[in-house]
Ligand binder design. Structure first.
Ligand code: GRF
Length: 225
């Protein structure tokens, strides 16, 4: 039996790389619609870089300090990424805001994962903010990337209930487990040709997603109910 075509995906990281690992693992299944061909980082000492190498995945580090300004760094990064001819660029804990020229070069094929139920809690410290707001549920969101920080079209969300006694770290670890499920799923949909980013929306199986696909066990009740 022939092996289905696995489309090349590159992953951009700045840190420990657990989502990267989950994507590499999923992509190494011969039946996966994608394979991670290269990992890029802006932090040469990122723990995820060693992890990628140990998983026999090509890596490249570009140091922002080696470039005169942000636009030159982004342009060099875009050139390097483009040389890998990726079907999709996947941000996985990449801690830099990418400039408009970078995003234009990969328009329609760049995704991010964010540790909250967007549009709630864009930005940093999402777990602490969800606890402080006394949310009953929390989770993670995969979305297409646009110039609006954490504001691009939403694709899929995984939800978890917030339990009494949850701390920032217990929440973070349960949300991370959700991330490791929903990210390979969304990347897979894209690489199977089921998911697109066009006309300012995410489209799945030919239909515009008015809301992200929902996965998870949290009860569907409002914070005020
Ligand atoms: C994750 O929580 C992800 O949602 C956010 O950055 C974190 C990266 O973690 N964008 P890891 O490096 O994948 O472990």
């Amino acid at each position: 039996m022939s092996t289905p075509l696995r489309r090349p995906v590159v992953v951009l990281i700045s840190g420990r790389g657990s989502n990267m690992r989950s994507l590499i693992d999923h992509g190494s299944d011969p039946h996966s619609p994608f394979t991670v061909t290269k990992v890029f980082t802006d932090k040469p000492d990122a723990a995820g870089l060693g992890l990628a190498r140990s998983l026999r995945t090509a890596t490249q580090a570009l140091r922002p300090g080696d470039f005169e300004d942000r636009l030159l760094f982004d342009s060099a990064l875009a050139d390097a990424v483009e040389r890998s001819e990726p079907a999709l660029v996947v941000l996985a804990g990449f801690m830099r805001i990418l400039s408009a020229p970078f995003l234009r070069r990969f328009e329609g094929r760049i995704m991010n994962i964010h540790p909250s139920l967007l549009p709630k809690f864009p930005g940093l410290n999402t777990h602490a903010r969800a606890l402080a707001a006394q949310e009953r549920e929390h989770g993670a969101t995969v979305h297409f990337v646009t110039e609006q920080l954490d504001g691009g079209p939403l694709i899929v969300q995984g939800r978890i209930p917030i339990e009494t006694g949850d701390s920032e770290s217990t929440l973070a670890s349960r949300v991370l487990a959700v991330e490791h499920t929903i990210y390979p799923m969304a990347v897979g949909w894209f690489c199977e040709g089921r998911l697109q980013h066009r006309a300012g929306r995410a489209w799945l199986d030919g239909k515009a997603l008015l809301e992200p696909v929902q996965l998870g066990s949290a009860p569907a009740r409002s914070n005020h109910g």
